[in-house]
Design a binder for this molecule. Structure first.
Ligand SMILES: Nc1ncnc2c1ncn2[C@@H]1O[C@H](COP(=O)(O)OP(=O)(O)OP(=O)(O)O)[C@@H](O)[C@H]1O
Ligand SMILES: [Mg+2]
Length: 310
């Protein structure tokens, strides 16, 4: 018989960027920008309070993505649904911009539900939680770094998922350029071709392998390693300004990519501004490249993943 805890449970979950150029559907990275959530089992009903990103759009009923994830986790733990739930969300990750807001919501809901059940970590361990999160999201490349933090190589195998953390050089950080209007992931995905030439697939494989090494300790190779042949250019019709910014930054030697399915642009940097010698310029130079009406933010990479709060 499952027992619910009386106290509220808090969790924070990071934004994530998937693909990172050539790592289409396989590479993802956690960023230092977090949603904060608090949930509590109450006597009856469902109360959902939302402030920040998406507050004007997300539903306040059982169709809210965090609530749906909580119900999935309760079911996976063999728990009868709680009599009532109260959920408070403080959202910082922008929605439908390619920064993994849906994955953060799913991971948050699963971790909250696990925390609300006595002995929840035994009933739903991290592997099972990741599997459930990837099933809800449809792929593991955002949910894995959202849960684990850092840089993760993830994919599907025989109906299951794998997620392997890989090291990141601590000098590396990122500037994200977030446009004012969203692009739905399905729209951006619908533009991709069914096949690509073999030579381009081969070139893409080489860059993906190089990117793992570049992130681990060769930041000087990041611009070369982030060149993609599989998806970014095809998305141009859905996000012409994003592609224009990627091209202009890359032409100047920056490691710029479309974040996830876009339209956010992510550009790796080595942190503090410094003269143009070397592999990148500092964030001040990059922040000045922000198009009118967009928001540019310099973020550290996140190494913690989902964290239960005090
Ligand atoms: N914190 C949240 N609370 C409730 N619903 C959310 C939350 N975050 C995302 N969603 C739901 O997910 C949708 C956005 O998901 P979508 O996958 O299109 O974009 P994304 O996750 O922000 O970007 P990407 O998947 O490209 O990285 C929102 O419109 C909303 O319905
Ligand atoms: Mg998403």
């Amino acid at each position: 018989m499952v027992r619910y805890v009386d106290e509220p449970v808090r969790v924070t979950v990071p934004a994530t960027s998937a693909n990172l150029g050539p790592g289409f559907d396989s590479l993802g990275l956690a960023l230092g920008l977090r949603d904060e959530l608090e949930a509590r089992v109450v006597g009856s009903g469902l109360l959902v309070e939302v402030t920040g990103a998406g507050a004007d759009e997300v539903p306040r009923d059982a169709s809210h993505l965090v609530v749906r994830a909580m119900h999935e986790a309760f079911a996976a733990m063999g728990a009868t649904q709680p009599p009532g739930l109260s959920l408070r969300c403080t959202n910082r990750i922008p929605h439908s911009r390619g920064l993994g807001s849906s994955s953060a919501a799913i991971v948050a809901g699963l971790v909250l539900a696990r925390g609300l059940v006595g002995g929840g970590s035994l009933l739903l361990d991290d592997d099972a939680l990741l599997d459930l999160a990837a099933r809800m999201e449809g792929h593991p490349d955002n949910v894995a770094p959202a849960l684990l933090g850092g840089f993760v190589i993830a994919g599907q195998e025989d109906g299951g998922f794998y997620a392997v953390p890989s090291p990141v050089d601590p000098r590396i950080s990122a500037v994200v350029f977030v446009p004012p209007t969203p692009v739905r992931t399905e729209v951006a995905r619908g533009l991709l071709p069914a096949t690509v030439p073999h030579a381009e697939a081969a070139a893409n494989s080489g860059r993906t392998a190089l990117l793992v090494a570049a992130l681990a300790g060769r930041p000087d190779l990041l611009a070369t390693a982030t060149r993609d042949y599989l998806h970014q250019e095809f998305r141009e019709r859905a996000m012409p300004e994003s592609l224009a910014l990627v091209r202009s930054l890359r032409a100047d030697g920056h490691a710029a990519v479309v974040s996830g399915a876009g339209p956010t642009v992510l550009c790796f940097t080595d942190g503090p501004a410094r003269p143009t010698a070397g592999w990148a310029t500092g964030p001040d130079d990059l922040l000045r490249r922000c198009p009118d009406g967009w928001q540019a933010t310099h973020l550290d990479l996140d190494t913690h993943g989902a964290l239960l709060g005090p």
